[in-house]
Ligand binder design. Structure first.
Ligand SMILES: [Zn+2]
Ligand SMILES: [Zn+2]
Length: 138
């Protein structure tokens, strides 16, 4: 199948207070990551699940977002975008990969999220969480 024939699906989502509403174009099988790293843990209190976005895949009103910027492990910038009102995490921009990642739980319909790759699991994960080796990024 050619790239141009790739199948996309359009999904809707929002934060808990509803100030952020968006539509997003995703691959039929999106690239989903569970990040267990310390930064993510400190940001929201636990593991995060994010979807890698293609360029210009999301349509939302950036005026309702606040940004917290910090240096990642590679000293490149990471920008966490969250709702100004309810503080729900919306997007993370990772300069190292020049990509935006959407917090998966914001989607209204999560049924397409059937598979996820676990990252930074070896570095940091809750001991109660056991993940099969074949779902880990090596
Ligand atoms: Zn909100
Ligand atoms: Zn992380």
């Amino acid at each position: 199948m050619l790239m141009s024939e790739k199948i996309f699906v359009t999904k809707t989502g929002s934060c808990i207070c509803g100030n952020i509403k968006f539509t997003v174009k995703l691959d039929e099988v999106p690239r989903v990551f569970n990040c267990h790293c310390v930064d993510c843990r400190k940001k929201i209190g636990g593991m995060i699940t994010i979807i890698e976005l293609r360029e210009n895949a999301i349509n939302l009103n950036y005026e309702n977002l606040s940004i917290y910027e910090h240096g990642g492990g590679s000293q490149k910038s990471i920008k966490k975008h969250f709702c100004k009102n309810c503080a729900a995490p919306i997007l993370t921009y990772v300069q190292k990969w020049n990509k935006y990642y959407l917090y998966a739980g914001l989607l209204d319909d999560i049924s397409i999220l059937k598979k996820a790759i676990n990252i930074f699991y070896e570095d940091s994960h809750f001991p109660f969480m056991e993940i099969e080796k074949n779902n880990l990024k090596t």
